[in-house]
Design a protein around this ligand. Structure first.
Ligand code: SF4
Ligand code: SF4
Length: 106
């Protein structure tokens, strides 16, 4: 059990490719981003919290983030917001928690 397991909320490290894809489809189905004020119509795929989807190519301005009202957010106990512009859950967690692991510097 490493530090990565704790921040890998979707558990993708132990997944086969098919399972990863299946969970991505599940996330996209429940994702509320298309109804969010920040979202720019036509951008896809959403589900920006999920690892490897990446940030949006179209969204530039952060208005509001409705992630905290999303079923995925609750189910996977996510802790960040604005995944579309700031990067996925694991990516933001690494930035925040990763730094504190190195003696609190930076
Ligand atoms: S938490 Fe946010 S980015 Fe992730 S699926 Fe829900 S609305 Fe989309
Ligand atoms: S990640 Fe948050 S801010 Fe970005 S589109 Fe989805 S709900 Fe809106």
């Amino acid at each position: 059990m490493g530090k990565y397991d704790r921040i890998d909320k979707f558990g993708i490290e132990k997944m086969e490719k098919a399972e990863y894809q299946k969970r991505q489809d599940y996330v996209l189905k429940k994702c509320k981003c298309p109804a969010c004020p920040t979202y720019v119509a036509g951008d896809s795929p959403t589900g920006y919290c999920y690892p490897l989807i990446g940030t949006s190519k179209k969204i530039q301005w952060e208005k509001d983030c409705v992630c905290q009202t999303c079923a995925i957010y609750k189910e996977y106990e996510l802790t960040h917001t604005f995944y579309c512009t700031r990067c996925s859950q694991v990516c933001q967690a690494l930035k925040v928690e990763g730094i504190s692991d190195q003696g609190g510097g930076g």
